[in-house]
Design a protein around this ligand. Structure first.
Ligand SMILES: O=C1O[C@H](COP(=O)(O)O)[C@@H](O)[C@H](O)[C@H]1O
Length: 266
C-alpha cells in the first residue's frame, strides 16, 4: 500500500473549494504530460461529492483545464431510472456538468454515466430477486465494456474522488458486504441489491478498479463523518471500514475539515 496523508481545512466551504482547486490543478498537470491526450476522472455522489462539483464550477481555476480533453466517470451509482433525482449522475449534472456542456466546454459524449435501470415501474415491482440481479449484472458488464472500450484492458482512472459515508463506505462498497472483497483484477464494476443505504440496488467500482488509480482522495467533511474518517484512515483493508481498502499508484489522501478530522487530530 502507498503511504496515506491527511489534510484538514477549517470548514466545509474551504474543504470543498480546496478539493475543487486540487482536482483542477491535478487534471491540468496530467494533461501537461507528454503524449497525453486525455484525463479520466471518476466523481462521487452524496453531500461532499456534490459540494465539490459545485465548487469546481465556481472556482477561478475552472479554465486552467482544457475540458475538451476531460472524460468523466462515476465510482458508483444508484441503479434507478435515468430520470430519478436519486441518480448520482443527475446530481452531478445539476451541480456542474450540464453547465459545462451547455457552455460548449465539453461534449456530452465525454460524460460516461453508469447505466440506469431501464425497466418499467411495473417490471421492477414484479421482478424476482434473480431478475433484478440479472439486470444489475448486465448493467455492470455494460459499464465495464465502456471502460475497456475507451481505455483498454488495463482501464484505470487518473483521478478518483470519493465521499465517505458515516459508516465508512466509499463508492457503493458497504461494511462487511461481499462486493468489497472482490479481488479479481478483471472485475471492474459490480452490482448489489442489498445496499443498507437506500436505494438498495446500486453499481460500484470494485477495489481492483479503484486501487489502480493514480490519484485517489477520500473526502469527508462535518462532524457526522468524524468516526468514519478515523476508522478508515487508521485501518488497512478492514471490512468494517470499507474506505480503508483505498489505495493508489501515486497519491492517496484523506481530506476533511476540522469537524470531520477532530478524532484523528486528538
Ligand atoms: O450513497 C452514497 O453515499 C456516499 C456518501 O454520501 P454522503 O451524502 O454521506 O456524503 C457517496 O459518496 C456515494 O457516491 C453515494 O452513492
Amino acid at each position: 500500500m502507498i503511504g496515506r496523508e491527511l489534510i484538514t481545512y477549517p470548514d466545509q466551504r474551504l474543504f470543498a473549494e480546496a478539493v475543487a482547486a486540487r482536482t483542477l490543478l491535478t487534471m491540468n498537470e496530467v494533461l501537461g504530460s507528454p503524449d497525453r491526450e486525455r484525463v479520466d476522472v471518476a466523481v462521487t455522489g452524496g453531500s461532499d461529492g456534490t459540494a465539490i462539483l459545485e465548487a469546481i464550477g465556481a472556482s477561478p481555476l475552472l479554465d486552467v483545464v482544457d475540458w475538451r480533453r476531460v472524460h468523466i466517470w462515476w465510482g458508483d451509482e444508484r441503479f434507478v431510472p435515468a430520470d430519478s433525482d436519486e441518480r448520482n449522475e443527475r446530481q452531478a449534472r445539476d451541480a456542474l456538468f450540464d453547465r459545462l456542456v451547455a457552455g460548449g466546454r465539453m461534449d456530452d459524449a465525454q460524460i460516461h454515466a453508469m447505466p440506469a435501470d431501464t425497466r418499467t415501474e411495473q417490471e421492477r415491482a414484479h421482478a424476482t430477486k434473480e431478475e433484478t440481479r440479472d439486470a444489475l449484472r448486465h448493467a455492470a458488464a455494460v459499464y465495464q465494456s465502456e471502460l475497456v472500450g475507451e481505455l483498454g484492458q488495463a482501464a484505470a482512472m487518473d483521478v478518483m474522488m470519493f465521499g465517505v459515508g458515516p459508516d465508512g463506505h466509499f463508492a457503493s462498497l458497504f461494511p462487511d458486504h461481499k462486493e468489497l472483497l472482490i479481488d479479481d483484477p478483471d472485475i471492474l464494476v459490480a452490482g448489489l441489491d442489498d445496499s443498507p443505504k437506500p436505494p438498495p440496488t446500486r453499481l460500484t467500482f470494485t477495489v481492483p478498479m479503484i486501487t489502480r488509480t493514480e490519484y485517489l482522495w477520500i473526502c469527508g467533511s462535518r462532524a457526522a463523518k468524524a468516526d468514519a474518517m478515523l476508522g478508515t484512515f487508521t485501518h488497512e483493508r478492514d471490512p468494517h471500514w470499507p474506505a480503508s481498502f483505498a489505495d493508489a499508484r501515486r497519491q492517496l489522501l484523506w481530506i476533511g475539515d476540522e469537524a470531520s478530522t477532530s478524532r484523528l487530530r486528538a
